[in-house]
Design a protein. Sequence first.
Length: 321
Amino acid sequence: MTRRMTSTTSTRLDRLPATAGAAAPPVRLIRDIYAEQRMLGQPVLSIELFPPKTPKGNALLFEHALPALRDLEPDFYSVTYGAGGSTRDRTIAIVDRIQREHQTTTMAHLTCISTSRADIEHFLLDARKRGIRNILALRGDPPLDNGGPVERGFEYSYQLVEFIKAIGGFSIGTAGFPESHIACTEGKHVDWQRLKAKIDRGADFVLTQLFFDNDDYFAFRDYLTETLGVSVPITPGILPILSTDQIRRFTSLCGATLPAAVSAKLDAYGNDAAAVGEFGVEFATRQCEALLAGGAPGLHFYSLNKPHAPTRIIGNLGLRG
């Protein structure tokens, strides 16, 4: 069931207390991070994490992955949000803990499909009280087990962006698809025009879906900036290849293209996991070099909670001491 925003919600969140109890860590708005790094002529480096499903996975994230990633001095982390809000509580708890323990700005993903406006409102209010100021607004996927009643909230992510913007107090990111969203049947330019609609409603920056041909990113960026007049940062999302089966599964799920030359290389390596991993680091390094040389405002790494590949790639690029 949906309901109108209450008087509590219509009050701008930046007028509410930052936290209950302990002092909030210094949290920067990501739109400001992009502006500051642009002034310095430096790329923004960000790393995506996901909420582990088990206590062991949680321990590995906080005791191994994050300490290793800390040396990279990322400008911000982001934490994913499961289908239909299935990881909602874990997502917000992890974002909160990273900001408190690592003093690094961290963004919470938020999806709107199969989620009521009341639940979205509650998430945003809870985030604000915890000092979380950055949200990646996504349509998302319905939960796999959708046999029960479906919550009616927003059908499209531009509506979620608009809702968050109306509440106030957040920097809002959104997703872009250099090869078009897999569900868009009208062609990539229609999909990119829909992205423009999200930006017009309040999105401050764009993080792209994974891709392996930089020409796809540059065509996407140039259409948005030169044809549609978009001026917000459009940051490429980089997924280092860790295994052949995994990358083929991911590209199939999201509609990204694995270039024939890359596919042939993976075939040649066969079951040699170490060789595939080395190739993945080298390919991503060269890809990132060309993206930065072509004017990309930063790099967003899909880490899969594994610090090794991002650490090596960023080291290869010489972006951190």
